[in-house]
Design a protein around this ligand. Structure first.
Ligand SMILES: Nc1nc2c(c(=O)[nH]1)N[C@H]1C(S)=C(S)[C@@H](COP(=O)(O)OP(=O)(O)OC[C@H]3O[C@@H](n4cnc5c(=O)[nH]c(N)nc54)[C@H](O)[C@@H]3O)O[C@H]1N2
Ligand SMILES: Nc1nc2c(c(=O)[nH]1)N[C@H]1C(S)=C(S)[C@@H](COP(=O)(O)OP(=O)(O)OC[C@H]3O[C@@H](n4cnc5c(=O)[nH]c(N)nc54)[C@H](O)[C@@H]3O)O[C@H]1N2
Ligand code: SF4
Ligand SMILES: [Mo]
Length: 722
């Protein structure tokens, strides 16, 4: 057959870079950036260039696997595996009830545009609230707790393309390709930043590392980790004291401004600067730079969102944007009203807080304070249980204990806080099923591993990123190459369980055909029904494009439904007090260093180090430290040391890096292997790295409502091994 070139997009990460694939006899012979794309301009990264290799890689599971009595795996047909799994799930459901069946939908579940909706439909059909995702160990304060407590603005915040300032707090988009709107766009981020700087955007970066973003910013606050809430409180205080806020917006749409002014008053630039290790003048300069600009948003990333006081930090960042009025107003055109999200007019008004979401959902069995979180999405509020305490839910005996786990494109043993506990929890399950392309550390603990189709082997649409773009952009990709052998999609698993268990699965816009397996397009059509652009039009468009959607001009507020943003919700006083106390706390002499997280260019969490180009860039997660720190401890660059916390110890490869603030260790997560001594993970540190989640006690500083663990800014010390 003659070679054919088609347009598609990469789903190695969520930047969804458009590509052109040339296929001959169902084999990929080339995969190149789609240089004609108007948004990405031909951008791709080293990971995306490995998609061809990934398809035939020797570590890829070509068939589903079943664990044998001796712990080894043998190949099994996927239909046979699913027959057996359905029977086991039914027995567990009958014996222990719906809550005992949990699914954990990790990062690769998000890359399949139908996976979450069908998984949720399965949970609804069996009545199980035990729906978990990686979002609740990522930034739950941002997507759930913050907007729930303060309310949100229906017109959204200023986006990068029409901003003249951006405050970027612990978010390194140039490596992570991640930002919420307002920060540097995740799509071709280098170009976006260059274009912004030419336009005159002022970038304020707050990060303990001179990151790729920090080195290109106008003002870098190289803070000690863990004081971001206090830093933002101080910035707010300067703005309010100097009267730089948007008084008209505050009068009309905000409640609790006086209280906020009071609460932030004692967070003076001097007090906060001393603890955060930066000059007071920098805090004042950041406040003035941000507030005197006309448009632009403050955004956070994972670093501070995983550190201390994330609920307060998120509250203050939202408050900062609100008091400066950084929201689209009546009569303004929304840069991206959404392509796949529901059509309809939008009004320039706030929706007030929803405190009932914090308390009325399904309660965690392990703590009164922790509850189902409500994640805001363009499709409405979505409930999920907090992953930070899922291992405890598995270990705590009694009514509702989790007995079965379906793990979809996630790697709990490396990703969940408290690795030892996670290991015990997974080992105690009656049934664990993993849908994973390789024998990951977690998959090895499963009873069944189902071999999935990879991204170029399936259809998808850019549902996840629909409102992250600052233009109404979308792309539908058809299957580029048919998967060889017996492989399934993530959603097909849940459909197959539903069918075998005699369930009726339903999406928001109607039931799923349970007799004949639906086509993916039909599923996606049902998921997106009512969208601004019909899915068919996107399907019929070759490649990604900005769609010509009618302008959405924000309408006048409706007095009936209009709410106010609440700057002083119940509970924040105590959070302010805790953040203030932290400013005064003496250095912990036993654990004087702070271990923080980072992303690495050559991997996506635990995916990638097996691929040749990525492997060449490194097969482990070095412990980056300032050379001064290394010499003070008499540690050589490249030496294997032990990093230990009150909770655990791991080996680490000490690596000198000038860009790290002294006192800080910067290490990536999701590396290493099983903590089971039999796995001898520590001995393989240079080949597989080590797992920072072994240093974390997930309950020691669990955040209210979400149970979010302290996954960054961890108190540690370093010990020489020889
Ligand atoms: N200490 C600490 N812990 C952290 C973090 C941190 O910064 N510090 N970060 C947290 C964050 S933000 C997140 S999102 C989580 C990540 O948590 P997880 O999502 O649980 O972890 P990943 O390593 O992304 O797991 C992805 C899995 O999917 C598999 N996979 C790869 N491609 C495919 C595919 O196409 N289909 C399928 N079905 N599977 C595939 C991979 O082999 C891998 O096992 O970790 C969290 N944990
Ligand atoms: N290449 C690659 N891309 C990825 C991933 C990957 O593993 N590799 N992971 C994906 C995932 S799951 C996610 S959630 C996103 C995350 O995307 P980002 O949030 O952009 O993640 P990072 O690049 O780790 O950036 C976090 C930054 O926070 C800083 N930081 C750490 N602690 C603190 C602190 O206390 N205060 C402040 N102010 N800063 C702090 C770190 O130095 C780091 O620069 O990236 C995604 N993209
Ligand atoms: S940034 Fe890299 S990994 Fe992410 S979608 Fe683009 S090419 Fe793929
Ligand atoms: Mo994440």
């Amino acid at each position: 057959m003659a070679a054919k070139t088609v347009k598609t997009y990469c789903r190695f990460c969520h930047a969804y870079c458009p590509m052109e694939a040339t296929v001959e006899d169902n084999r990929l012979i080339s995969l190149v950036p789609d240089t004609s794309n108007e948004i990405y301009g031909g951008y791709t990264c080293i990971k995306g260039r490995q998609l061809i290799e990934q398809i035939d890689h020797p570590t890829r599971l070509q068939q589903s696997q079943k664990k044998q009595a001796d712990g080894s795996f043998t190949a099994i047909g996927s239909e046979q595996a699913m027959d057996e799994i359905a029977e086991k799930l039914q027995a567990i459901l009958d014996k222990y009830g719906p809550r005992s069946i949990a699914s954990y939908n990790g990062t690769y579940s998000y890359q399949n545009s139908a996976a979450h909706d069908v998984a949720r439909a399965f949970h609804s059909a069996i009545g199980s609230p035990s729906y978990y995702t990686s979002v609740t160990i990522d930034q739950p304060a941002k997507v759930a707790i913050g907007p729930t407590r303060m309310g949100w603005w229906n017109g959204g915040s200023h986006m990068w393309n029409d901003s003249d300032v951006a405050m970027i707090i612990g978010n390194n988009t140039l490596v992570s390709h991640y930002s919420i709107p307002g920060g540097i766009p995740s799509f071709s981020p280098h170009n976006a930043l260059r274009e912004g700087k030419q336009r005159g955007v002022k970038v304020i970066c707050i990060d303990p590392r001179v990151t790729e973003v920090a080195s290109r910013s106008d003002l870098h606050l190289q803070v000690n980790p863990g004081h971001d809430a206090a830093v933002v409180a101080a910035i707010i205080s300067v703005i309010l004291t100097e009267g730089l806020h948007d008084k008209a917006f505050c009068d009309e749409h905000i409640e609790g401004l006086d209280a906020l002014a009071q609460q932030t008053l004692r967070f003076t630039p001097e007090t906060v600067g001393a603890a955060a290790g930066i000059p007071a003048e920098q805090i004042i300069e950041a406040a003035r730079m941000f507030a005197t600009a006309k448009r632009g948003t403050a955004v956070t990333g994972t670093g501070p969102e995983m550190g201390p006081h994330p609920n307060l930090l998120q509250h203050l960042v939202q408050a900062l944007n609100a008091i400066c009025g950084r929201h689209y107003r009546e009569g303004e055109r929304l840069p991206n009203p959404g392509v796949l999200t529901p059509a309809g007019p939008r009004a320039a008004q706030a929706t007030g807080p929803q405190p009932q979401w914090l308390t009325d959902g399904v309660k965690s069995r392990v703590s009164e304070d922790i509850c189902e979180t409500v994640v805001l999405s363009p499709y409405g509020p979505l409930k999920e249980m907090p992953t930070a305490v899922i291992a405890d839910e598995m270990l705590l005996e009694g009514e509702g204990q989790i007995k079965a786990l379906i793990c979809v494109g996630g790697n709990p043993l490396l990703a969940w806080p408290d690795q030892e506990k996670t290991h015990r929890a997974l080992a105690g399950l009656e049934l664990m099923v993993s849908i994973d392309l390789k024998m990951s550390a977690s998959a090895q603990m499963a009873d069944y591993i189902l071999a999935p189709k990879l991204c170029l082997e399936r259809e998808d649409v850019t549902l996840l990123t629909d409102i992250w773009h600052d233009k109404p952009y979308s792309q539908y990709t058809k299957t580029v190459v048919e998967a060889e052998g017996d492989k399934i999609e993530e959603w097909e698993f849940f459909w197959a369980m539903g069918k075998r268990m005699g369930l009726e699965l339903s999406l928001t816009h109607g039931p799923i055909d349970m007799q004949n397996k639906p086509e993916k397009f039909d599923l996606l059509e049902k998921i997106t029904r009512g969208s601004r652009v019909p899915l068919k039009d996107i399907y019929n468009t070759e490649g990604g494009k900005v769609f010509d959607v009618p302008d959405v001009i924000l309408g006048a507020p409706d007095p009936e439904t209009q709410g106010r943003l609440q700057l002083n919700p119940p509970g924040v006083d105590a959070e302010f007090a805790a953040a203030y106390t932290d400013l005064q706390s003496a250095t912990d002499t036993d654990y004087p260093l702070r271990l923080i997280s980072r992303r690495m260019k050559n991997t996506y969490n635990s995916t990638g180090p097996e691929l040749s180009l990525l492997k060449r860039k490194g097969t482990n997660n070095p412990a980056f430290m300032h050379p001064q720190e290394l010499s003070a401890l008499a540690i050589a660059d490249g030496e294997i040391v032990e990093v230990h916390s009150r909770h655990g110890a791991i080996p680490a490869i000490a690596t000198a890096a000038e860009d790290i603030k002294p006192g800080v260790i910067s290490m990536s997560h999701c590396w290493g292997g099983s903590p089971d001594p039999a796995a001898q993970s520590d001995e393989k540190i240079r080949e597989i790295g080590s797992n920072t989640n072994r240093l974390i006690d997930n309950r020691a500083s669990a955040e209210r409502y979400s149970g979010m663990a302290r996954q960054s800014s961890i108190h540690v010390a370093v010990r020489k091994l020889s």
